[in-house]
Each structure stands twice: as C-alpha cells, then as structure tokens.
Design a protein around this ligand. Sequence first.
Ligand code: NAX
Length: 331
Amino acid sequence: AKQPVKVLVTGAAGQIGYALVPMIARGAMLGPDQPVIIHMLDIEPAAEALNGVSMELIDAAFPLLKGVVATTDPVEACKGVNIAIMVGGFPRKEGMERKDVMSKNVSIYKAQASALEQHAAPGCKVLVVANPANTNALILKEFAPSIPEKNITCLTRLDHNRALGQISERLKVHVSDVKNVIIWGNHSSTQFPDVNHSTVKTGKGWKSVRELVSDDKWLNTEFITTVQQRGAAIIKARKLSSALSAASAACDHIHDWVLGTPKGTWVSMGVYSDGSYGIQPGLIYSFPVTCEKGNWSIVQGLKIDEFSRAKMDATARELIEEKSLAYSCLN
Ligand code: NAX
C-alpha cells in the first residue's frame, strides 16, 4: 500500500477550503489509490469553524483519509507536509487601499514561508491560491530561499478552465474536447486568455479554435473579457466568490503537476519566470506548461503575434508594479 501524502490547506475554514478538503479526501487531487493526511490551518477567530470542518471530515468516512490535523499553529500545520495549498489570506474589504491589503498579505506570506521552509517535507510542492496569488507566491519564494523556486507556483488553472468552458459553450462541444488554451500573466483582470494555439477534437481530428469559431472579433474581445471578468460575474450571481470551481482547479493543478499532463496537452500555471517569451525573470507569471515526473516546464517555441505580445506585456507590467508595491510593504 502507498504511504499517505500529507497535504496542507491553509484558510481551511473558508469557502474554498470547505469545498477543497473533501475533494482531496476523495482522491480528486492525487488519485484514487493515494491515501492522504490533511493538515488544516486557519486563524484563531476561525478555530471553532475549523473544528467543525474537521468533524465533518471524520463523519464523511473517506476511505483514503488517514488523518486530519486542524490547528491555528503554522508550525504544527506545516510539519512534514508534501504539498501545501495556500488558500488563507487577507481579503480586500470595502474602502481599503490596495497597499494596506498587500501589506497584510505580505506579512502573512512572509511568516508562512518560514514555517514551510523549516518544517515541510523536503521537495514540498506549494500552490498559492490566495490573492494577489502571483505576488503572494513571489513573497513566499523570497522568504523560503531553501525551497527550490520550481516548487512554488500560483493558481491560474481556474482561469484556464474558464477559457476551456467558454470555447466549449460557444462551439457546443464537450469541454474535454477543447485543449491548449493559455492564460498568460497575472491572476487578475489583466490576464491574457489566449486561444491562438488551442484546438478542438472533431470527427476529422484536432482543428484550430480560430478556424472553428471563425469569429475573430468575438475571440479578440468578448471571449477575453468574459474570462477576465468571470470572477466578478460569479460574485454578482452568488453574492460570494467562486469556491467549488476554485477548489476543483486547485485539484487539477496539483494533479497534473504530480501525475503529469497528457501527451500533447498543456495547462496554465503561475510559475517563476526564467525569461521565456521575453517575460522579465523574477516574476511569478502564468505560462503554458507541461508536467512530467513531478516537474513542470514552460512550453517553448509558440508563435506570438503583435496583439498577444501587447497583452502579455501589459499583464507583466502589472506584476512588476505589484512586486514593487509588495517590496515597499517590507520596509
Ligand atoms: P474565505 O474568506 O472564505 O476564506 C479564507 C480563510 O482564510 C478564512 O477562513 C480566514 O480565516 C483564513 N485566513 C486568513 N488569514 C489566515 C492566515 N494568516 N493563515 C491561515 N488562514 C488564514 O475566502 P475564500 O473564498 O475561501 O478565498 C480564499 C482566497 O482565494 C482569497 O484570497 C481569494 O481572493 C482567493 N481566490 C483565488 C482564486 C484563484 O484562482 N487564484 C480564485 C478564487 C478566490 O477568489
């Protein structure tokens, strides 16, 4: 039998946490034959709610779930974890300055970086979900210098899945027959959802999305804004931000990272830029990646047209600006 994998979820008493932990315990993240031990961290005001989640996990009698640790102590939470899903953070409240929110999250991610660095298992893979996701991941990387930068990522898979969903709706094909969309850049409204390399499975093999949709105007305007604004549309409809789709995307992200992407398929992940596609090194930027044996690599050699170039650079500029705002909070 396989040894259990220890998975940390921070912010586990929150909405995404509540949707995410049962998915992990059912094997949606690491596979149906992989036992797990779930570590859940939240803060003192949420301790009782966290305890409730812990009780429900017990009551669900998941065969793969070999243990639960629920705590408000980051050291205990991080101890020996193989995977860390960072969902906890400080939300932007009405009337708050961007700088104030950034400053709260910088201090959270600085502290949790140290806890992970000192107590996580060697080779621990980190996924940051909490916003500003790319910049929180960057802060985590800076303050956990002994964790390899390849092991620190942020979530843009939700945006990626939303793009697949929009194409599937438009062409009336199943979403699993659409592949290789790309989310470039920041998990924010400046992200660039790109379909230039995306294909759809048809009776006559894989065909390009541009060819099948044959409406460049829609692809270059409404499609892009719909994906960029989807989070806001969910808030408007639900009066709460996306949770089940975010949790599902977090499972997809770790699943593909650990178990690999299918041949000929890539996914989007926020990863440490190495300068690929002219994106400034030292940003956590969303790229198309393939994964094999637990390692991601950026898909190389895609042709970038002028329209895409401008959008990729605009979202990079926003990340550069966020990075300097984050650094200004350190002093
Ligand atoms: P909730 O407010 O429901 O839950 C957040 C939880 O984090 C709360 O229980 C809170 O007590 C806890 N928390 C706060 N500070 C903490 C700390 N220092 N250590 C541990 N836990 C802490 O938010 P939810 O809807 O679950 O969203 C969580 C985060 O995901 C938010 O930052 C949100 O903006 C972000 N999102 C990111 C997405 C992505 O695609 N990257 C999409 C969905 C989501 O909006």
